[in-house]
Design a protein around this ligand. Structure first.
Ligand SMILES: O=C(O)CCC(=O)C(=O)O
Ligand SMILES: [Fe+2]
Length: 264
């Protein structure tokens, strides 16, 4: 897809900006999103745009990063990508709800979510042994849709604990279930633990579109999915409160965050 190529060249342009430009814009919070760098994983950099379907949010990021005249092309690509990938997200969610016989909740499901877009860069470590690019975690989202340039690195843990390298063909997408959908379906879906491991000298660029519950919306399994055979697994929770809890958890992003936060 042409869109993939355009997206990676835009990401390169963004991450190639001098780090002084990026860091200068980190604080006070200048746009609806964030700039992520962790001292414990030096290969990783990310930039997130909240509510990415609203082009003004991409524009405010672009105005920060390219103060001279913004970057109309960047905004166009981000917004077109978010639009198209959100259609895929909605298709997946419709299929899941239909397969569970609860499609009557589809409209409510879609109306109660926002889309967070995250562009990421992982530097090549210049080594043949694998270095950590992103720590193991489960996504807190409803659904996460990821795509990457030709450099692999994503690994997903199978239920028996083995890490499986994700090798996808060019221009395809990875669809992953997040903890919020696991909770909403009362455990019918699995949100896998995943991480990024990097080798070699090539940079990896990836982009994720994450559907997340809107502020104030309570994630609650519908009554049709709770019965004697499937007792309620998680108490209803507010997504923002859950992410706050997760961000301060000792084992940040850990698999058990959902259970410790609202497990019954
Ligand atoms: O870069 C990737 O492929 C994975 C990113 C990821 O897991 C995340 O942003 O939650
Ligand atoms: Fe993730």
């Amino acid at each position: 897809m042409e869109l993939h190529k355009e997206l990676y060249s835009s990401s390169e342009e963004l991450f190639d900006l001098p780090s002084s430009t990026k860091l200068k814009n980190k604080s006070p919070k200048p746009f609806h999103g964030y700039i992520g760098q962790y001292s414990f994983i030096p290969l990783y950099e990310s930039i997130g745009i909240d509510d990415a379907m609203n082009i003004e949010n991409a524009e405010s990021l672009a105005n920060m990063m390219w103060p001279e005249k913004g970057n109309a092309n960047f905004c166009k690509i981000i917004s077109s990508f978010s639009q198209q990938v959100s259609e895929l997200d909605q298709m997946v969610r419709r299929m899941v709800l239909e397969s569970l016989g609860v499609e009557k909740y589809y409209d409510e499901h879609i109306e109660s979510t926002n889309y967070l877009l995250r562009v990421m860069k992982y530097k090549g470590p210049d080594t043949s042994d694998a270095k950590l690019g992103l720590q193991p975690h489960t996504d807190k989202s409803i659904v996460s849709i990821l795509c990457q340039n030709q450099v692999n690195g994503l690994e997903v843990q199978s239920k028996d604990g083995t890490w499986i390298e994700v090798k996808i063909s060019p221009n395809s997408f990875i669809v992953m279930i997040g903890d919020s959908f696991l909770a909403w379906t009362n455990g019918r879906l699995h949100s896998p633990l995943h991480r990024v491991m990097m080798t070699g000298d090539k940079a990896r660029y990836s982009t994720g579109l994450f559907s997340i519950p809107k502020d104030g919306y309570m994630v609650k399994a519908p009554e049709e999915l709770v019965d004697e055979e499937h007792p309620l697994l998680f108490k209803p929770f507010d997504f923002v409160e859950f992410t706050k809890f997760n961000n301060t958890a000792e084992d940040h992003g850990c698999k058990s965050a959902l259970k410790s936060y609202c497990g019954v």
